[in-house]
Design a binder for this molecule. Structure first.
Ligand SMILES: NCCCCCC(=O)NCCCCCC(=O)O
Length: 407
């Protein structure tokens, strides 16, 4: 425990730890996603996995830093029991931005405003924005067949899918998104992407893995499938003739005028882990949300068309959401363009990642809330519910404070 009562999940000692206490080993490729390494690994991922830089280029915006680590910001004091709830949900960073200003921020001991943090599947929402940028520039259309860009996929699950299907995850794939089962396709995918040690018979890289996937049933229903985002990134490379990481830098990241470069993990062939591998600071992630709330405009130029940003905020078709965990938390919820829509009365929309990552938008009060966390488990339903309640309480408290508290 630290002096202010926050438990540090991991504190990596050096091998020459003078205390003589048991030395916690540095996480390796097969342990970094597990306790007690989660917090350290999520804030140092480029020291564990091969990674590429997503350069910010151009001039940066400067972020004023007002909050001390561990202090509950004044603007959030009406949220019941906030300090305990931040600790309970393994929060590493909490940041609130409204009108271009940081109105509250909180960091766990050992984490700070300049630290990159893994955002897991919030990376997918970034990929969706790159795809939207290609639509804006006339490089593809939503009804274009995926195989017109990636003919290697003509015999598998994506044979009949369109770019729009990828964006809304309405492709049926034999793919078990089970984060903890070594026999799941998700873990085989991760091994091909270099997130775990490869086993005999595993494909050598992500494109090799994507080529093995077969279809599982009727199309047109939502199926959350991380592979589908990597297919989208592969198609982006083919449509532009450039690496996904460079497209992400040029079309999205650099236009946000972020304070820092971001990073993304890459496989043996250099293919970026578009579905979950991006790390960035909380403040820079909030700029993504600000851009969507601003109708696709960013300080360094337009990222997506206004209509694209409106579609994200409007949400997808809730009728496509069959038997999904998301709708047990948000009954009217949906998914579109690689973003989650709560369907709640405030119209909250979010990028979401396992282990507690949120890029939460409140259109009514033009507020962005970023919460970066290191839950020990990837996606326990109780953790999802606890965190969802916290995000809604934060939103209400902030909205009340700025007079935008319509229900
Ligand atoms: N390939 C490794 C990275 C996988 C990242 C997966 C992730 O962050 N998934 C988010 C799942 C959200 C599920 C929401 C729900 O159904 O309630």
């Amino acid at each position: 425990m630290t002096a202010d009562g926050h438990s540090l999940q991991v504190d990596l000692p050096t091998s020459a730890d003078p205390s003589g206490e048991e030395v916690s080993p540095r996480p390796g490729v097969d342990t970094w996603q597990e306790p007690p390494h989660v917090r350290w690994a999520f804030t140092h991922l480029s020291e564990v996995l091969p990674s590429a830089r997503i350069p910010r280029r151009g001039s940066r915006s400067h972020t004023a830093v007002g909050q001390q680590a561990g202090e509950v910001p004044a603007a959030l004091q009406r949220v019941p029991d906030l300090a305990r709830r931040l600790d309970e949900t393994h929060t590493d960073a909490l940041l609130v931005v409204r009108g271009g200003e940081v109105c509250a921020q909180w960091y766990a001991p050992g984490c700070g405003p300049d630290d990159l943090h893994l955002v897991m599947s919030v990376s997918k929402s970034l990929c969706g924005l790159v795809a939207g940028s290609l639509v804006m520039d006339g490089l593809w259309r939503l009804d274009d067949p995926v195989v017109s860009f990636v003919p290697e996929l003509a015999d598998g699950a994506y044979a009949r899918a369109t770019i729009g299907d990828l964006l809304d995850m309405t492709v049926s794939v034999d793919y078990d998104e089970d984060y903890l089962n070594p026999r799941s396709e998700l873990q085989r995918h991760d091994r091909s992407a270099g997130w775990r040690t490869a086993r005999p018979g595993d494909p050598a890289d992500t494109p090799g893995f994507l080529r093995t996937l077969t279809g599982a049933g009727p199309q047109g229903r939502f199926q959350y499938c991380s592979a589908t985002t990597d297919v989208l990134a592969w198609a982006i490379e083919r449509a532009t003739g450039a690496r996904y990481v460079d497209q992400l830098a040029d079309r999205v990241w650099s236009r946000l005028r972020p304070d820092h470069d971001a990073m993304v993990t890459v496989d043996r062939s250099g293919f970026a882990h578009a579905d979950g591998g991006v790390s960035c600071t909380a403040r820079d992630l909030a700029r993504v949300g600000e851009m969507v709330l601003a109708g696709g405009r960013a300080p360094g130029g337009r990222v997506v068309a206004a209509q694209w940003a409106e579609s994200i905020l409007a949400g997808g078709d809730p009728r496509q959401m069959v038997d999904q965990g998301w709708t047990s938390v948000y009954p009217g919820g949906s998914y579109t363009r690689q973003w989650w829509c709560t369907g709640n009365r405030r119209g909250n929309v979010t990028g979401l990642g396992i282990h507690g990552q949120h890029l939460w938008l409140d259109p009514q009060s033009s507020t962005v809330i970023v919460k970066l966390s290191s839950w020990p488990q990837p996606d326990a339903e109780q953790d999802q519910r606890t965190q969802a309640l916290l995000m809604e309480d934060l939103t209400r408290a902030l909205a009340a404070e700025c007079g935008a508290d319509s229900p």
